[in-house]
Ligand binder design. Structure first.
Ligand code: HEC
Length: 509
């Protein structure tokens, strides 16, 4: 029950929580790093574009100057290269802001006219470009003097014969230039310290935000889970308590019922012994076996004997119900023809019916074999028919019918045109030991146990007993025995040979 808080479970959830936490942290770092990377990439592409634009500007400007010099100025004006070099120098000096581009115009190491590259990276890059005559711009990050730059090297190619011609005048014994040689390069630096710091700061901020949101979501999930767990634990505890109480109540009720049944069984047994003596001796007295007695005494003795016999049946019924309640009533299973159940019952009651002016009728019955406790099945029918006879006024009728349901179950119906039972009593008469307050009940002596016992015995056979009644019109009791207990008699001829005496003959017998 306390598995909710078991150490294993707690341990596991703690691990899970730690794993989720790590996951959130990783996600935050991932997002931050991705953001930083994207910023740097953006910086590289935009700055490269800016640089190439600046170079085009320089070229256009110098081109215009060259034209102008050719047409209007004397040879005394500075050559375009010198003019360009000076312009770049001026540009750098004017642009003093920290983030401003810085342009240098460098020659190939060892072959330069004015400015040679100084740092090893650039020397290598330029030598390589000159060797392969590759004019594609090269970009890389550089750290120098405690500062970080984004550097682009854009090679200058001898596109015209003039480049070669003029530069070859400044050889000083070095190898001559040819067309399409890379003669040097513009080297453009963009200081990036400030940008990188800002990008880093932004990335960290975004990472922190993601981390905080993740942790908040995680915390919310954990709280919700804990709440649900606690809620479930409380609900489970309440349910368990309720179930325990229900089981206890049921046990108590069963124990009480068992005790009652055991007590009744015991009492019935204890009562029977003296009652047998009373019955036996009263009969002896009534029959004057040991000498004659007065008419009056004989009458009394007869009454004692009759009452005793009645009491004995009552006790017998009580004992049966009590046994059934205590689960101690067992069936002695055997198989008999339906007639062996119905006919003896009709025989027993035919006389009583005649005496009461009740027309006892037995309609057609199916030709079936019934498996069950035959004695008890007879008792069921006897109880029902005797009730029917007892509660039907003279001139009325009581009928026993039997038929097979479509599923093969046997339907035994006992119907009368008697006084009937009111709706509100229908269920009560089926329960043992509930006396119905009715003038008829009191008038017609009876134990009131006939119906409940019939019901108990029917149910013991896996069947059901249904009661339908209209006061003043009659009562119909239906006993349904399950199909498993019913079998059609195999030989048809046997059925035809069956010779049932008519009920009137039984009554006369
Ligand atoms: C009229 C002569 C002349 C012509 C034409 C000329 N240059 Fe130059 N070039 C120079 C001089 C002079 C310098 C040095 C400028 C300075 O620092 O004052 C120079 C510098 C350079 C530099 C800088 C590196 C170094 O060696 O000092 C490169 C690169 C360069 N020229 C490439 C070219 C290319 C490419 C062409 C053709 C489009 C060209 N030049 C046309 C005279 C010329």
């Amino acid at each position: 029950m306390n598995s909710l808080n078991s150490p294993a479970r707690r341990n596991r959830s703690e691990w899970l929580l730690a794993a989720m936490f790590v996951l959130v942290a990783a996600a935050a770092i991932g997002v931050a790093w991705g953001n930083y990377r994207r910023s740097v990439e953006w910086f590289e592409t935009t700055k490269l574009e800016e640089k190439l634009t600046a170079l085009k500007l320089v070229e256009a400007f110098v081109g215009t100057y060259t034209d102008y010099r050719m047409r209007h100025l004397a040879k005394g004006a500075p050559v375009p290269a010198t003019f360009r070099a000076h312009s770049i120098d001026l540009f750098n000096k004017k642009n003093t802001s920290l983030n401003a581009l810085r342009i240098e115009w460098l020659g190939i190491p060892g072959r330069e006219i004015a400015i040679a590259p100084r740092d090893p990276d650039t020397i290598d890059a330029l030598s390589e470009a000159a060797r392969t005559r590759d004019a594609a711009p090269i970009s890389h990050w550089r750290i120098a003097g405690g500062e970080t730059f984004f550097r682009t090297i854009s090679p200058s190619v001898a596109t015209q014969a003039a480049c070669v011609e003029c530069h070859n005048q400044h050889l000083n014994g070095r190898p001559a230039w040819a067309l399409n040689d890379v003669m040097g390069a513009f080297v453009i630096d963009v200081p990036a310290d400030r940008f990188l710091a800002e990008a880093l700061r932004d990335a960290v901020a975004i990472g922190c935000l993601v981390f905080l949101i993740g942790v908040a979501v995680l915390a919310a999930a954990v709280f919700r889970l804990q709440y649900q767990r606690r809620h479930a634990a409380v609900a489970a505890a309440i349910a368990a308590e309720r179930e325990r109480a229900a089981v206890e109540a049921k046990d108590a009720a069963e124990a009480a019922n068992r005790a009652k049944s055991e007590f009744l069984a015991l009492m019935s047994h204890e009562l029977r012994t003296p009652l047998n003596a009373i019955n036996g001796f009263s009969e002896v007295i009534a029959k004057e076996l040991f000498g004659s007695i007065s008419e009056r005494y004989r009458g009394y003795a007869n009454d004692i004997h009759q009452s005793g016999k009645h009491l004995l049946t009552v006790i017998g019924d009580i004992l049966e119900i009590a046994k059934a309640d205590a689960g101690r009533l067992e069936l002695v299973e055997e198989t008999a023809h339906l007639n062996d159940i119905v006919v003896p019952c009709l025989k027993t009651l035919a006389g009583r019916a005649m005496a009461g002016g009740v027309h006892l009728d037995a309609a057609d019955r199916p030709d079936v074999l019934v498996t069950g406790d035959i004695t008890k099945l007879r008792q069921i029918l006897l109880n029902l028919v005797s009730n029917a006879v007892k509660f039907t006024p003279p001139g009325g009728s009581a009928t026993v019918r039997a038929g097979l349901d479509r599923d093969g179950a046997l339907r035994l119906v006992v119907e009368d045109t008697g006084i009937g039972i009111a709706d509100y009593d229908l269920q009560r008469v089926l329960r043992p030991f509930e006396q119905i307050e009715s003038q008829f009940q009191r008038k017609h002596e009876g134990t009131g146990l006939g119906l409940p016992l019939a019901k108990v015995l029917t149910e013991l056979h896996g069947g059901t007993l249904e009661l339908a009644s209209t006061p003043g019109e009659g009562t119909r009791v239906t006993v349904i025995l399950p199909a498993t207990r019913i079998r059609l008699r195999e030989t048809k001829s046997a059925a035809n040979e069956r010779t049932d005496p008519p009920i009137s003959a039984l009554a006369r017998a």
